[in-house]
Design a protein around this ligand. Structure first.
Ligand SMILES: Cc1cc2nc3c(=O)[nH]c(=O)nc-3n(C[C@H](O)[C@H](O)[C@H](O)COP(=O)(O)OP(=O)(O)OC[C@H]3O[C@@H](n4cnc5c(N)ncnc54)[C@H](O)[C@@H]3O)c2cc1C
Length: 427
């Protein structure tokens, strides 16, 4: 039996690793010339540095992402501070503070004003419990209204980053499992994790190395153009250079973006609409972070939202950036640099910069579109879906993508098990 994985983003790589780990023969087909999909690194000649398409933050409670890293021997490629501390600056007021989540499961840190958002009371943090219990159909603002003392300084920064959607539209139900799996379990589960040297070094490169050691080398520049269905199963994968036969025992994990899956799979319902993420990278005259020890800062009251520092590169993320994404890159660089300079108390002209616009960074994570996420299993018993847009119950994040890949692969491998069980039962 062979598991064909189409798409070598993190969902596809997770599926390939899971299936290969179960001893299956695996073939990976990827349209691009590299793996990693929306989570990738590249060398930028203007900066003279390898940068990521966008800053990616994980949390220490992201168990599937950590299982992926453990499987490929790359856990050390992420770094976390010794405690769950989130530094913030408010450019409007000049205030600076740290949100410091204690390690205990009981949230005693909330009782200490020095560890909270300035001006908030312990009782305000009940809003986080409401988010952890948010039901389907609710938006973040329905659960924690904009007038709430925690909205601007904590709920909005976390929700917009996690959902890549404004709080007026973002689906609160997607935050519920995140809150339960991370903040509700105390500081040990919500330490911020950042790739020490970059995304490729942490995810795609070690995964490809692990697969190569098992004789699995993805076929790059291989875009799936169509599938042949016969007798209620996928029987062939059509590429520009010909068809790859899918044998009766084989399974296919389709780990491509939703719009492409909808073109390939008849009558598939997928989320429609996307939201953009903007990243601005600046090469500074001096280092702000030690080698392999990047740091970050939440920014309120400006265009910039989250600032990451790796060596001498400062990188800013702006989520749900659809209103900004078509502005000229030099305008964006100037506006965002002004925020960075104030946040870091730096002077001088805009240093060498690079703007990366990801127009389709994630699907639009509104309650309406969340209801359109399909499960991994399809109407075809040997075809399974993976990707951050499938019905994981989580936001469209690395954790969701990897969990979906593991799940789709386990179902794909179960195709053979099911056949074996049926054969044994018939014997
Ligand atoms: C700028 C940015 C910042 C982000 N920040 C964070 C963050 O801080 N934390 C976090 O957890 N997540 C973050 N995310 C989300 C995270 O990157 C994604 O959830 C994750 O990478 C999605 O992986 P995927 O495998 O589901 O999809 P993709 O990465 O889109 O992978 C799909 C793959 O399929 C390939 N493909 C497409 N069509 C075909 C075809 N016809 N045939 C073969 N191959 C095909 C593509 O080339 C691609 O490699 C961010 C995303 C972006 C863009």
């Amino acid at each position: 039996m062979t598991v064909h994985v189409v798409g070598a983003g993190l969902a596809g790589l997770a599926a390939a690793i899971d299936a290969a780990g179960r001893g299956r023969s695996v073939r990976v087909h990827e349209a691009a010339g590299q793996a990693g999909g929306r989570c990738r690194s590249f060398f930028d000649a203007t900066l003279g540095r390898t940068i990521d398409n966008g800053n990616h933050l994980l949390l220490s409670g992201n168990r599937a992402a950590l299982a992926f890293l453990d499987a490929v021997g790359a856990r050390d490629a992420l770094t976390a501070p010794a405690a769950a501390v989130y530094p913030f600056v408010d450019l409007a007021s000049g205030a600076r503070w740290h949100l410091a989540v204690g390690d205990g499961v009981l949230p005693l840190w909330i009782l200490d004003p020095a560890r909270r958002v300035p001006g908030t009371r312990a009782a305000d943090y009940w809003a986080l419990v409401r988010l952890a219990c948010a039901g389907p159909g609710t938006r973040v603002d329905d659960v924690v209204p904009p007038s709430h003392p925690l909205h601007r300084a904590l709920v909005a920064p976390l929700a917009v980053a996690a959902l890549n959607a404004g709080t007026g539209e973002g689906a609160a139900a997607l935050l519920a499992p995140v809150m339960r799996e991370t903040f509700a379990r105390g500081g040990a589960a919500c330490r911020p994790l950042i790739a020490r040297r970059g995304l490729d070094d942490a995810f795609a490169a070690p995964a490809l190395h692990w697969l190569a050691a098992r004789g699995i080398v993805p076929r790059f520049n291989a875009r799936l153009r169509g599938m042949r269905f016969r007798d209620g199963r996928v029987a062939g994968l059509r590429f520009a250079d010909g068809e790859v036969a899918v044998a009766a025992d084989d399974a296919v994990v389709l780990a491509v973006p939703p719009a492409i899956a909808a073109e390939l799979v008849p009558d598939l319902t997928v989320p429609e609409g996307t939201r953009a993420i903007l990243n601005a990278h600046f090469r500074l005259p001096e280092r702000l972070a030690a080698d392999g020890e990047p740091s970050f800062l939440g920014i309120l009251g400006g265009t910039a939202e989250w600032l990451f520092m790796r060596g001498d590169v400062a990188s800013v993320t702006v989520s749900a950036a659809d209103a900004l994404i078509d502005r000229p890159a030099d305008d964006l660089a100037a506006a965002i640099w002004a925020d960075v300079a104030r946040a870091l108390s730096l002077a001088g002209d805009v240093p060498p910069w690079r703007i990366v616009k990801e127009k389709r960074a994630t699907f639009a994570q509104t309650p309406e579109q969340v209801a359109r996420r399909p499960p991994a299993a399809t109407a075809w018993p040997n075809l399974f879906l993976a990707g951050d847009w499938t019905a994981t119950g989580l936001p469209a994040t690395i954790e969701g993508a990897i969990r979906s890949g593991f799940h789709a692969a386990s179902l794909a491998c179960g195709v053979e098990n099911g056949r074996d069980r049926r054969a044994r039962a018939a014997a």
